[in-house]
Design a protein around this ligand. Structure first.
Ligand code: ADP
Ligand code: ADP
Ligand code: ZN
Length: 213
């Protein structure tokens, strides 16, 4: 099963993608996580991506597409995957489709986690992330067992550089301009499914599971 997660920054794509990946035993692939791991390790890719991410802009398509296609070509992706944060532009979606078509393959579902802009800024200010294992928490809604420490790997939790209010507002604008057109794109392909992302994460997951099963 090949799944794409759509939705505004902070809609809960990553939270849901991790649960989907676990339930269906497929890899969770987040281009944001890949970039952040590269920034943490100070690789040339990380240095390049950081310039855009810190301003809330998208990393250029050419670079992002290459990273993603390399990742989905790996062995563990044979039985499917859940993409979180890719595609984010129409050209990215088109390249992915072209590559899959060559393999006689296709995306099965594009799941739009729908959360209005008003809720987003509040959510992002409470987000805490583990840069070691990619786990995400929320100081009010989804707190770790021990404050500031990742439940899964024991690393320190941080607020992402791009989760400051000003950058979040830029990211929302970029989302509406460049990513939201994908809703139409996947609607036309008859694979778009929309779920209400404002309810409790368990209820969002139940709605997604009902679609996938
Ligand atoms: P969020 O979880 O808030 O949606 P992500 O972790 O997916 O954020 O992405 C963080 C940043 O990484 C984006 O603001 C963008 O700069 C960059 N990025 C991630 N995925 C892509 C992509 N598919 N195309 C371009 N830039 C991307
Ligand atoms: P995205 O990957 O779309 O940027 P995340 O999954 O990182 O979003 O979620 C953004 C923030 O909102 C995180 O702090 C996360 O813990 C929290 N969150 C996720 N789902 C919900 C939910 N259903 N209700 C409340 N908070 C949530
Ligand atoms: Zn962790």
């Amino acid at each position: 099963m090949k799944i794409i997660m759509l939705g505004a920054p902070g809609a809960g794509k990553g939270t849901q993608a991790k649960m989907i990946a676990e339930k269906f035993a497929i890899p969770h692939i987040s281009t944001g996580d890949i970039f952040r791991a590269n920034i943490k390790n100070n690789t040339p890719l990380g240095q390049e991506a950081k310039k855009y991410m810190d301003e809330g802009k998208l990393v250029p398509d050419e670079l992002t597409v290459k990273i993603l296609l390399d990742r989905v070509a790996q062995d563990d992706c044979k039985n499917g995957y859940v993409l979180d944060g890719f595609p984010r532009t129409i050209p990215q979606a088109e390249v992915l489709d072209q590559e899959l078509t060559k393999l006689n393959d296709q995306i099965d579902y594009a799941i739009d986690v729908d959360v209005p802009d008003e809720n987003i800024v509040k959510r992002m200010s409470g987000r805490r992330a583990c840069l070691t294992c990619g786990a995400t928490y929320h100081i009010e809604h989804i707190p770790p067992k021990q404050e500031g420490i990742c439940d899964k790997c024991g690393s320190e939790l941080v607020q992402r550089d791009d989760d400051k209010e000003e950058t979040v507002l830029n990211r929302l604008k970029v989302y509406h301009d460049q990513t939201q057109p994908l809703i139409d794109y996947y609607t036309k392909k008859n694979i778009l499914k929309t779920v209400d992302g404002t309810v409790d994460m368990k209820d969002v997951f139940a709605a997604i599971t009902a679609i996938l099963e």
